[in-house]
Design a protein around this ligand. Structure first.
Ligand code: HEC
Length: 138
């Protein structure tokens, strides 16, 4: 009986040492992963934003799809989805076949039903750009 107890004790001590060794290893991995991810994300975001702003500045008048899409993504995708397929708001993929530029402009400017008004949030140039772009969706 005495021998059995001694054996048990030794087994427990070995287990504890093995477990604490494993724990130390995991902690080191966690720290390295965190640092690397942070650096990569920061660099990528900065580059992408610069490219988007460049596009907006280049846009002069007519239909600047890139600029209009950027405004759309910042304001409209919550209700109309990234691909214009709709959600809370209706599908806009063929909105140009149903509404004129002026009707689209009026809807964005003044709102309608569940659609909020954007006259205080977007410049009239931004609303023009969005309206022309949406009117080309047929
Ligand atoms: C809070 C949700 C919401 C947001 C954000 C939103 N809309 Fe809407 N939108 C709606 C709803 C709801 C309607 C339907 C209005 C109605 O006729 O009752 C609508 C209707 C429209 C229509 C008319 C579609 C049709 O077939 O009659 C257009 C165009 C439109 N939205 C464009 C936009 C644009 C562009 C933006 C971003 C600047 C935007 N919406 C942001 C909810 C939203």
């Amino acid at each position: 009986m005495r021998n059995m107890k001694w054996l048990l004790l030794v087994t427990v001590v070995i287990l504890v040492i093995a477990l604490s060794a494993c724990g130390g290893g995991n902690n080191n991995n966690g720290t390295n992963g965190g640092t690397d991810n942070g650096t990569n994300n920061g660099t990528n975001n900065g580059t992408n934003n610069g490219a988007t702003n460049g596009g907006n500045n280049a846009g002069g008048g007519a239909v600047d799809a890139a600029a209009a899409e950027a405004i759309y993504k910042q304001n409209c995708i919550g209700c109309h989805a990234v691909d214009l397929s709709g959600g809370v708001g209706p599908n806009l993929q063929k909105v140009g076949a149903n509404l004129s530029v002026d009707e689209i402009k009026a809807t964005i400017t003044n709102g309608r039903g569940g659609m909020p008004a954007y006259k205080d949030q977007l410049s009239s140039a931004d609303i023009d750009s969005l309206s022309n772009w949406l009117a080309s969706m047929k």
